[in-house]
Design a protein around this ligand. Sequence first.
Ligand code: NAD
Ligand code: DAU
Length: 352
Amino acid sequence: MDHKQRKILITGGAGFIGSHLVRLMVNKYPHYHIYNLDKLTYAGNLENLTDVESLPNYTFIKGDITDTAFITELFASHQFDGVIHLAAESHVDRSIANPTAFVETNVLGTVVLLNAAKNCWKSFDDKLFYHVSTDEVYGSLGETGFFVEDTPYDPRSPYSAAKASSDHFVRAYHHTYGFPMVISNCSNNYGAYQFPEKLIPLFINNIKNEKPLPVYGDGKYTRDWLWVVDHARAIDMVYHNGKHGETYNVGGKNEWKNMDLIHLLCDVADEELGREVGSSRSLITFVKDRPGHDRRYAIDATKLETEIGWKASITFKEGLRDTIKWYLSNEEWLTNVTSGAYKEYYQNQYQS
Ligand code: NAD
Ligand code: DAU
């Protein structure tokens, strides 16, 4: 346990992973002050953090990481000891529709933060800039093999190209200026508070509402799923024990072909909804594939496990059932995030 008092800036703390990280950090480190900087885009939601919002060591700041004057002033006035940077545009489909937004937030926003930290920190002793990144920077795997930390970068979507670029900037600041940084590259997260545009929460919501389940292409794409709380635990451990200048891959050795996962999701949701088990499978609808769709991701997290001592805390079947129960019992949260623009776009997109 770290007993030093620290001021830590978490960017994107009102989003899915960020809100779990904020919750973990404010509760685990009452002697730290956690600042959550978030623009509150469609993906940011303060309802994700109602249980921590009145804690004395937590402050929310609404702001945009691409706003240089604002960010410079924020660093000057708060003198943060560390930054854990998660704010990003995070959805691959949206990056295909509008790449520029991903360059602005993910690349430019990261560079604005790097400059503010570098210029504000008179000495780099006891300071750290942590970039939370994705396994998608490594590209796509064939039937076998795993991503390791020195797998060459091969981003293939506008989202992953922007995340790869931001990773390169963070490393470039380390090599050029001796800037204290660490990066982690994680596989697909699932759990509570995920905006229902990503596969798992979208499909739970559609099963609940008996809407079509749009499967891209042949459904044989593979993803390596990790419970979001285990990702937040990994970030905490890497922040405190990671070696500066290093990269750590995060994943739970939990590969699923989309169709297998979707069948499991339908069956568990049917059980929880008291429907005939298997009945929701009839909602499965094959649709046009995602352009440039990466075939398979799989993470080798040996470095994180052996050097930092992290391991996943729950099995996928436990985590998935808990997640389904959470969405089904948090009707108000789901209704609030799926109203307005969401409804027009997602609910009608695949109507036959
Ligand atoms: P998310 O889309 O749920 O949340 C992103 C947050 O960033 C939102 O709260 C949003 O309001 C905020 N934000 C966006 N633009 C901003 C700006 N210009 N200024 C300030 N705040 C802004 O994303 P997530 O799924 O929680 O992902 C968080 C981070 O983790 C991202 O960097 C993502 O690339 C990375 N990551 C995600 C996954 C995953 O499976 N979701 C896996 C690995 C890595
Ligand atoms: O690997 C980490 C990445 O995982 C993160 O960096 C991204 O932020 C996160 O969005 C996620 O990217 P994916 O593209 O893998 O996640 P998504 O939930 O969009 O899709 C998962 C798989 O399901 C993928 O093969 C596409 C497929 N899919 C997705 C949706 C939304 C469908 O078949 N139908 C759908 O409607």
